[in-house]
Design a protein around this ligand. Sequence first.
Ligand SMILES: Nc1ncnc2c1ncn2[C@@H]1O[C@H](COP(=O)(O)OP(=O)(O)O)[C@@H](O)[C@H]1O
Ligand SMILES: [Mg+2]
Length: 375
Amino acid sequence: MEVHLHEAHRPIVAILTVDDDTQHFRGNRSNFIDLIKTGKELGFLVYVTTCKELQLNNKRVVGYTYSSESRSWTQQLLPLPNVVYNRIPTRKDEMLPECQRAIESCMKHPAIRLFNPYFFNKWTLFEWLKKSRSTRKYIPTTRKLTTAAELAKLLKLHPMLYLKPERGKAGAGIMRAAQVPQKEYPYRLTIQDNKGSHTLKFATLAKLWTKITKTAASEEYIVQQGITLASMNQRPFDLRLLVQKNYKGQWDVTGVGARVAGLFSITTHVPRGGSIEDPEKVLISSFGSDHAKKILVKARHAAHLIARQLEKGSGHLLGEMSMDMGVDDKGGVWFFEANSKPMKFDEPHIRKKSLERIFQYSMHLSKQRSKPGGL
Ligand SMILES: Nc1ncnc2c1ncn2[C@@H]1O[C@H](COP(=O)(O)OP(=O)(O)O)[C@@H](O)[C@H]1O
Ligand SMILES: [Mg+2]
């Protein structure tokens, strides 16, 4: 009897993605399987559904469940979810009319909670963080990349600048510009592409600007004060934090990892030769044990404040985000970006906790009788 009662009240989480012509749905299937397994262990019904199939005026929705025993997916008609976990894979998918419709209808529905409705844009993140004194101190000077004159002005203030596409990820399209005075070719541009990175030298700002606009093509870019990152064995590193809401619906740092840059890379991404390290270890190697502990505390504190401010700025309900943070050579902490569709953390303890938190927070959301006003 108890089992039945429990069954009847079992909270339902739908993982939202997009449909696919040959395999029903797209997205990171192994992540979906991990979510379904974790959800099941914690007493949830979890299924995958697509923007096209999530029609809230129907009582039931086409969903896909996974059986670990038979290692197979089953298409079924399932009850509407209490919580929708948005894993629409790309910005391009998110723009599709059916995805816009699905996201909006979930946000409007009185009994369904969807968090993280949209991808972040690198420029608006900084606009939101500038607004609060508690977060302003962690952000490097950031502007939209508009004119050569603006770039020249920033190069006078900061000898090294990062240029990043507003909608970029995994290091794609990132450039680094620098000015080295008293040289024949004082302007330097390092471009990162799939083969690695290479540096070009220019005699004039005009020539540098021509190359930048050509490389940026039609993408919108931000230009940002470059931070001289602390390094271990001459390799710069940065911190990657996972911040999620917990069972009380409060922001909490789930885990911190460190990423050490690959040789000749201007970023720390693992697919670009970067490697995963223990944050304490890399920080201790640069700063010694006492200072390292303080830096970690500072980074966690900053991440907490930043998550709150980003949620406020976005005006939407958020439940998780990953953050990239740099540590400069003096131990100062800098925010580089946040991602509203965090990639899986490979550190096993962070991974396990991150999966559990999704459901602890979903439980919190499904216990709320109705949507509070505002968020
Ligand atoms: N302002 C900066 N100063 C120094 N390094 C930076 C700066 N911005 C980015 N980086 C380096 O480049 C990496 C990628 O930048 P990020 O903003 O996270 O873009 P992406 O979306 O491509 O991951 C960071 O993790 C960091 O190593
Ligand atoms: Mg990043």
